[in-house]
Design a protein around this ligand. Structure first.
Ligand code: SAH
Length: 213
């Protein structure tokens, strides 16, 4: 599959939709304008890739809806060269958006099949996360911590303590919390022991699972 003028036009329309839904961060909107989402999906979805919808990516998982990707990315307040840890690489689309925003991305995926497919796809598209790992994101990446921000792209029944511990002071953790549906939650680390909590309404994600399959 190629990235054509038609795809670019559909992305421009998607950016307009996201603005109408309340996304304001220019860095986020420009990244969505740039990243060819159709190349992260099976070719049978080519004609739908720029709808604001989630789609299956294999292994029972889904690529997040663009609005969700934009909403979470905006909450991270990414600056150039920020170290960002992503839990749930999946298709790699969110990873690519974060890379386009100027982040140094560390991404973990627990499904081996997705991990392998996506770690081959991203370099082909010229997208280079700092680290891609096959493993359990509940544990984070202690050896690369601390992070400016952490994004979890699967529904977490609880906020994993290791992720809180791996945030810089002032750092931001964006995580959908809940079992059946999730409340988008932002934790901002105030000091060694205190976190400020903000909640942003309901979203739906596939579950964050413990251990590898
Ligand atoms: N950001 C991805 C979202 C994929 S869905 C995208 O836009 O495509 C969530 C992903 O989280 C799935 O790929 C799932 O396998 C992964 N996941 C679930 N539990 C995990 C865990 N404990 N550690 C790492 N990844 C996990």
């Amino acid at each position: 599959m190629k990235d054509t003028a038609k795809h670019q036009g559909l992305r421009n329309q998607l950016v307009t939709v996201l603005k109408e839904k309340g996304i304001t961060d220019k860095n986020v909107l420009e990244a969505i304008r740039k990243i060819p989402r159709h190349l992260f999906l099976n070719s049978s979805f080519e004609n739908y890739a720029y709808q604001d919808k989630a789609f299956p990516i294999g292994a029972g998982q889904t690529i997040s809806q663009p609005y969700t990707v934009a909403f979470q990315s905006q909450l991270l307040e990414v600056e150039q060269d920020h170290k960002v840890l992503e839990i749930g690489t999946g298709s790699g689309y969110q990873t690519a958006v974060l890379c386009a925003m100027g982040a140094k991305v560390f991404s973990i995926e627990r499904q081996n099949e997705l991990y392998r497919t996506t770690s081959l796809l991203l370099p082909k598209l010229g997208i280079r996360p700092k680290v891609m790992m096959f493993g359990d994101g509940y544990k984070g990446l202690p050896n690369d911590a601390p992070f400016d921000s952490i994004i979890v792209t699967a529904g977490a029944p609880i906020i994993p303590q290791p992720l809180m511990a791996q945030l810089k002071i002032g750092g931001r953790l964006v995580i959908p919390v809940g079992e059946d549906h999730q409340i988008m939650t932002l934790l901002i680390r105030k000091n060694e022991t205190q976190f400020e909590k903000h909640e942003f309404g309901e979203f739906r994600f596939v579950p964050l699972l413990e251990n590898k399959n």
